[in-house]
Design a protein around this ligand. Sequence first.
Ligand code: SAH
Length: 229
Amino acid sequence: MTFKATILTLYPDMFPGHLGHSLAGRALERGQWAIETVQIRDFAADKHRSVDDTPAGGGAGMVLKPDVLARAIDSVADDVRPRLLMSPRGRPLTQARVRELAAGEGVVVVCGRFEGVDQRVIEARALEEVSIGDYILSGGEPAALTLLDAVVRILPGVMGNDLSGLHESFEGGLLEHPHYTRPQLFEGREIPAILTSGNHAAIEAWREQQALALTRERRPDLLPQPVKK
Ligand code: SAH
C-alpha cells in the first residue's frame, strides 16, 4: 500500500514543491508515496469560473464557495483517507497526529484561500480542521506541504537510516539534546568531552539529562504536568 495524498487547491503548481527534492523527492520517484492535485476552479459552474464570493454579513475579503468546493471534494473517490482542511482554527498539528496519519493510507487535504471556507461545507463534508501554528498564512498550500513533509519523512524506507527518527524532538515527549560534529575545536569551543569518551552508557545518560534540562527551560508545557488537587 502506497501512501497517497490528494490536494485540493487553487494553485496545483505549488505541489510537490520542496517535497520533490531530497529524501522525499527520491521516495516520490521510487513510488514510496504518491501525490495528486485537484484544481478547485475546475468545479466552478458559472462562465467566469468563480470560486469565491463576498462574506455574508459583510466585511473584508472573500470566502470560498461551498458548492464549488463540495463538488471538488466529491470528485475524489470516497475512501478511508481522512479529509483535512488546513485552517488556523484547527487542532494544532502534533507529532502524534503525524504518526497516525503516516500509519494510514493517505490524506485528502483541502487548502483554503482568501478569508477561508464557507462553514457549511466544512460540516457537510466532515472536514477535520488542522492548524500548523498560531499565525496566519495567506493560503493552505504551505501548511499542506508542511504537514506532508512531517508525514512523508517517517514513512517506511523514506529516511536513509530509519533509526534516526527515534530520538527526534517530541518523539520521546522531550526536545532533543544538542548535536556536535568535527572540528573538535570551533572558535574556542570544544565538543563536550563526554561525547568523545567512547562510553556509550554515559553518553546516553548525558543526552537524556540535556534533553530534560532543555525541555524544562524552553518547553515546560511538554513535561508531564503535576496532577492538580
Ligand atoms: N480569516 C482566517 C484566515 C484565512 S488565511 C482566520 O482568521 O481564521 C487563508 C487560508 O490559509 C486558510 O483558509 C487556511 O487554509 C490557510 N492557513 C492560514 N493560516 C494557517 C495555519 N496557521 N494553519 C493551517 N492553515 C492555515
